[in-house]
Design a protein around this ligand. Structure first.
Ligand code: WQD
Length: 346
């Protein structure tokens, strides 16, 4: 029996690469498009070493309409698409909003136009808990109000979901948006993981780069918030748990078991941890003492957010399995492996 074929845009990225591995393990064939603006082609080697399968790869900028149209003219027999390709640096998006709107939304429109023309029906979209802003009540459910985003990055996720919903109403595609909480960690093989280019924004790469000596110290952005230890609380989720959710969402659409043509799911663990709890957990797991100081609050930071995951648990039969110790432990193992895999980076 021929394998079902899945297109993964942004498939050499952090979450994309882990999802490609999960797709191979679930018996799919995978084609990746990526413009390598925020990832490395060598990630394909890691994917192949882990899964024994080599994805087809096309270096493609989804904002280039002609290039996208000609890609789909010769590659259109996909059973589904998982769309990761987007810029995702919150801080950068504040300084360069048009870069984010042009790229993240332009890519989405070009992709949807081609899926419509080629009758490719099933799309999983990489959305984010950022759409909830500062929630009025916790945990957040999929019906919690979507609020004005704190950054253009977050706005592109809200607008991306709106574009998708309208495309579903126009019978262009069926779709599932997965609202990620904070993806962290790395594959247990330490052959793929997060590779921040330049100075990382997210907490975990800052922690592991400080632990390995690439950075001098960690600044905790505020410990005067209304939380038990004063630092912000997030719902951290292992990237391998997140990857599995994408495969399940895809299967739901391909098998025609969606209850609505457009569905949204929170993909988190349902547990919130503070920044200082994450640092303490890392020290416990690594046996290292982290050099950190308390600094000023970071503009746009949400104080506290974690997910109500009951809808995904019930409807998708999916539940996060990995705990915080495993998450930070796998991130640390990956950081120590980067110099071997990417000697030019260290
Ligand atoms: C987490 C906590 C910081 C760095 C963003 C996006 C989200 C998703 C994940 C892409 C916060 C604190 C951080 C540091 C710190 N994006 N922190 N010192 O902002 O929750 O979410 O990244 O996938 O959509 O919004 O993640 O890791 O930047 O911050 O104290 O050096 O760590 O203040 O409380 P965030 P983050």
């Amino acid at each position: 029996m021929t394998k079902q074929k899945i297109l993964v845009t942004g498939g050499t990225g952090f979450i994309g690469s882990h999802t490609v591995v999960a797709l191979f393990e679930a018996g799919y064939d995978v084609t990746i498009t990526d413009n390598l603006s925020n990832s490395f082609i060598e990630v394909l080697d890691g994917i192949e070493k882990i899964s024994g399968c080599k994805p087809e790869f096309y270096n493609l900028d989804l904002t280039n309409k002609d290039a996208v149209n000609s890609f789909f003219d010769t590659n259109s027999n996909f059973d589904g698409v998982i769309h990761f390709a987007a810029y995702k640096a919150v801080g950068e998006s504040v300084d360069l909003p048009l870069k984010y709107y042009g790229n993240n939304l332009g890519s989405m429109v070009n992709l949807l136009e081609n899926m419509g023309q080629k009758k490719i029906k099933n799309l999983v979209f990489s959305s984010s808990c950022t759409v909830y802003g500062e929630p009025d009540s916790l945990p957040v459910t999929e019906n919690s109000p979507v609020k004005k985003a704190e950054s253009p990055y977050g706005t592109t996720k809200i607008m991306g979901e709106t574009i998708l919903e309208d495309a579903v109403k126009a019978n262009i595609v069926n779709a599932i948006s997965l609202r990620y909480f904070n993806p962290i960690g790395a594959h247990p093989s330490a052959l793929i993981g997060e590779i921040p280019i330049g100075v990382p924004n997210n907490l975990i790469p800052v922690v592991t780069q400080t632990a390995i000596g690439k950075r001098k110290k960690i600044t905790v952005y505020g410990d005067d918030y209304p939380t038990p230890d004063g630092s912000c609380i997030r719902d951290y989720i292992h990237v391998t748990d997140l990857a599995k959710a994408h495969v399940i969402a895809l299967k739901r659409m391909i098998s025609g078991t969606q209850k609505k043509d457009y569905e949204v799911f929170n993909i988190g663990t349902g547990t919130g941890y503070s920044v200082i709890e994450v640092l303490n957990t890392f020290e416990k797991v690594s046996g290292l003492k982290l050099n950190y100081e308390i600094g000023e609050r970071r503009k746009g930071d949400v104080i506290k957010i974690f997910a109500d995951t009951s809808f995904a648990n019930q409807e998708l039969g999916w539940k996060a399995e990995e705990n915080l110790e495993t998450m930070v432990g796998s991130a640390w193992a990956w950081e120590q492996n980067i110099p071997k895999l990417f000697p030019g980076l260290s």
